[in-house]
Design a protein around this ligand. Structure first.
Ligand code: ADP
Ligand code: XUL
Length: 540
């Protein structure tokens, strides 16, 4: 029998399975369920429920459950050798919370494989929707918790991040304040990752330190639930939370439901799930300093491996636990792929046409500059959507296409400063990382070599690596992270995009200009109109 490992990724828009064969170092198969297309009865758009209040963004946990069943059915029907899988781990979109009542435990324990998961689990929710990472409706709760914890600096010191609208603690507090009855009927609150792991395990699964750090509830140094943060959030919260565990824990064997229904091996180990960004860290092979990764998925994230705890006291960045047991730093943008898609769709383009136009436009965009907050933004914090265009309007196709891409990467360069020294290389991942034209602009703006990889779902890939690592460690066949990563990621074979040195000065100047426009619009700074005219005079 071969050594197969399965990585699952329950992301914003889809659920993906990536099956790897450790013996050959190859990806055997990849399957995906797209929530909007494959489960249209939930009527989600890009995986989320459309509500009038743009700050409130939820999704359906039952939809994720149905997707899991559909995914395994698809794999079974395609004769994927599920029986040969030695261990499974997974990845979830971070921060999202799932609220379950006192039936959940019992139903999980007694799942009947002749019935669907959905029919058995639908009565186990104390809240049938889950606020997810795109929700920005908890500013009051963030303020309240931060104040109780002694302000910005002490909050960051304690939790690794400022209180954040999308983080689980403020979301739980809002639910407690607005629906006390619902809160009281909640027996356990899971993250997306630990919820999905619980289904597979047949009992409540733990939360790992990577995803736990994105809750505003875990002490970033001791990696245990922080009593001060729990008290500041909601009463009796500790008894409603799963246990915390290290990211390499084996949490048990796969539930007999999946063995009987899909033909998995009863001996399949389950490794604790983690968040998509921690999984991606190992999924792109980032286990050393000096390199960073940029994920261009639904969210855009910029992250790096940290050997030691290093905090951003300005409060824009976060520190999470890394799958290696160390730390990782991260900044997150809500205006990622969906903002790029807005422009693409506005001009009725596909990605090929979008990229052709992008390629034709000049670096610096003839001095046209955009602040691209199509949705409320996380970094810098912008609570109301607003798009500002300087030197062009919304009908200028070329100006908008280059405008959005340059704005996104200038903002990333500007706000990632705290992470430390300039990266030597940038590894890319996520849906948009297949787009060479976009990545060329990334390379130019950072003046850094950019690598693109064959597997772009690094969250599922990383989960499969984690499954393999924990499995071999438990069998006393210990393998280093390098051994695992090198087996599957051939850095030499990745496509390298070199920065065009001609544009270094232009982008240094444009970065300064971009910063001034942020000051002008977000913090009542001076109008940098003249600086923009000088920029145009210098370069165009
Ligand atoms: P997530 O895992 O967060 O659900 P993905 O990493 O799968 O998302 O990325 C999905 C996004 O990738 C889509 O919303 C789409 O905008 C973007 N995408 C896909 N192909 C391309 C492309 N060729 N160029 C740019 N963006 C793309
Ligand atoms: C990270 C974040 C997003 C989600 C969804 O803090 O909010 O990247 O994990 O991908």
């Amino acid at each position: 029998m071969r050594d197969l490992f399965l990585g699952l990724d329950c992301s914003t828009q889809s659920l993906t399975a990536l099956l790897i064969n450790f013996s050959s170092g190859k990806v055997i198969s990849q399957y995906s369920i797209n929530f909007d297309e494959d489960l249209p009865n939930y009527k989600t758009q890009k995986g989320v429920i459309l509500l009038e209040d743009i700050t409130v963004t939820h999704s359906y946990p039952l939809m994720w459950v149905e997707a899991l069943e559909l995914l395994f059915e698809k794999m079974k029907n395609n004769e994927i050798p599920l029986y040969e899988i030695k261990a499974i781990s997974g990845s979830g979109q971070q921060h999202g919370t799932v609220y379950l009542n006192n039936k959940f435990r019992k139903v999980l324990k007694t799942l009947d494989f002749k019935k669907s998961l959905v029919s058995q689990l639908e009565s186990t929710f104390s809240r049938h929707t889950s606020p997810i990472w795109m929700d920005s409706s908890t500013t009051n709760q963030c303020d309240e918790i931060r104040e109780k914890l002694g302000g910005l600096k002490s909050t960051i010191k304690l939790l690794g991040s400022n209180t954040n609208e999308r983080f689980s603690g403020p979301q739980i507090r809002k639910f407690y304040q607005e629906n006390l009855n619902g809160y009281n009927q909640t027996s356990i609150i899971h993250l997306v990752s630990s919820f999905m792991a619980s289904i597979l395990l047949g009992k409540n699964a733990s939360i790992d330190h990577g995803d736990g750090a994105g809750m505003n509830l875990m002490n970033i140094k001791s990696k245990i639930w922080d009593d001060r943060a729990l008290d500041a959030t909601a009463p009796n919260l500790k008894e409603k939370l799963p246990l915390l565990t290290n990211p390499y824990s084996i949490i048990g064997k796969l539930s007999s439901y999946f063995v009987a229904k899909f033909g998995f091996n009863p001996d399949t180990d389950l490794i604790v799930w983690s968040g998509d960004n921690p999984n991606s860290l190992v999924g792109v092979g980032l286990i050393e300093k000096g390199k960073v990764a940029i994920s261009l998925g639904t969210s855009d994230t910029y992250f790096g491996y940290l050997q030691d705890l290093y905090l951003d006291f300005k409060g824009e960045g976060h520190v999470f636990g890394a799958p290696t047991g160390d730390y990782m730093s991260l900044i997150c943008y809500k205006n990622g792929s969906l903002a790029r898609e807005r422009i693409k769709d506005q001009f009725n383009l596909n990605w090929v046409k979008f990229s052709k136009i992008l390629n034709k436009t000049p670096p610096g965009n003839n001095g046209k500059l955009m602040l691209p907050y199509f949705f409320p933004e996380i970094v810098p914090q912008v609570l109301e959507p607003m798009v500002h265009r300087f030197g062009f309007d919304e009908n200028d196709i070329e100006g908008n296409i280059r405008g959005i891409i340059e704005a996104q990467f200038l903002s990333m360069r500007l706000h990632s400063n705290w992470i430390g020294e300039k990266p030597k290389e940038i590894y890319t991942t996520g849906g948009a990382s297949v787009n060479e034209e976009i990545l060329q602009i990334l390379a130019n703006i950072f003046n850094t070599k950019v690598r693109m990889f064959e597997v772009t779902d690094s969250a599922a890939f990383g989960a499969a690596f984690r499954a393999a690592k924990s499995y071999y460690d438990s069998e006393d066949e210990i393998k280093s992270w390098n051994e695992i990563i090198d087996k599957f990621i051939n850095i030499q074979k990745s496509i390298v995009i070199e920065p065009d040195k001609k544009h270094i000065e232009l982008y240094d100047d444009m970065l300064e200009l971009y910063g001034k426009y942020e000051e002008f619009i977000l913090r009542n700074g001076e109008n940098p109109k003249l600086a923009r005219l000088e920029f145009i005079k210098k370069y165009f």
